[in-house]
Design a protein around this ligand. Sequence first.
Ligand code: DAH
Length: 344
Amino acid sequence: MDFNALVTQIESVAQGIDTEIQNISSDADLEAVRIKYLGRKGLFAEFTSFIPSVPQESRGKIGQKVNFLKDRIGVLLEERKRQLGVVAPPQEKISLDISMPGMGQAVGRRHPLTQTIDEICAIFVQMGFTVKEGPEIETEFNNFTGLNIPLEHPSRDAFDTFYLESKERLLLRSHTSPGQVRVMKSRTPPLAVVVPGRVYRPDAVDASHSFMFHQIEGLVVDRDIKFSDLKGTLEVFVKAVFGDDIAMRFRPHFFPFTEPSAEVDISCIMCKGKGCSVCGRKGWLEILGSGMIHPQVFAHVGYPSGAYTGFAFGLGIERIAMLKYGITDIRLFFENDLRFLTQF
Ligand code: DAH
């Protein structure tokens, strides 16, 4: 074979090969064509052996052409093989690179509000309280009347309420205080119970308000419970949550279901009482409502007149969690953004 013959042969293979391979219809024929071109004694072996005698100036170009065509025949044969269904389409390769970082499994966690509820309940359990939950859909009696908040009484305005479309005047509880009524109706003293849960009020949502939030109610009833018992209990609680150097004060207040009633403040955890933007320059932060259970409430739950005394308190979980963790917007609790949640 001389140089011109080589070029002519390459050209003719290049022109005919597509059709030739496309016309094959059996595995055996494919193999025959492969041997004819690419086999050890095939046409391309011959071409390749001829290349060293090609004139220097054309050698590179011819070599390239031969190699290109050889690769192309390989590809066409594979393609045809696949078309004929002789070979299953190539599986995606599973490659294993043991130097890659491992695929971590994200571990879930309790929501910061759940953590706060659990922590607060645990403090009261240590003091001998039991934990009881009540329903979020309540009767008007348990949410209001039983708590000495009479119908049409202006104090109902303070507990603005979502009513359900029902004949029995059911509602979404606007505080956890109906938990008191439920516990007392079903049990006789002595009792020490905390009731955690969701509450609802038709408030416009902003950085410090939500139409749904969480409270914990506490109540202790026995034959000789005094205001000092309330004070001592809350002091243990406040110090367990915020630390031993926190100061606490009782401020007279009004709640229909307690008499006397008090709001409880703690010394500002940011400025330690000096006055800052968090406490509105007052040095104190209001954290809960409390008081001695009103005799009228005992009457509503059917306790004999004068038989018992007791105290009750109610606190907002979001407020405690926000103070504890320095969170400035209540909406963060409910957006469930992992960048927020994974910090707890
Ligand atoms: N239920 C009241 C509220 O939601 C909080 C409260 C105040 C609860 C005084 C009590 C209490 O048990 O004694 O604002």
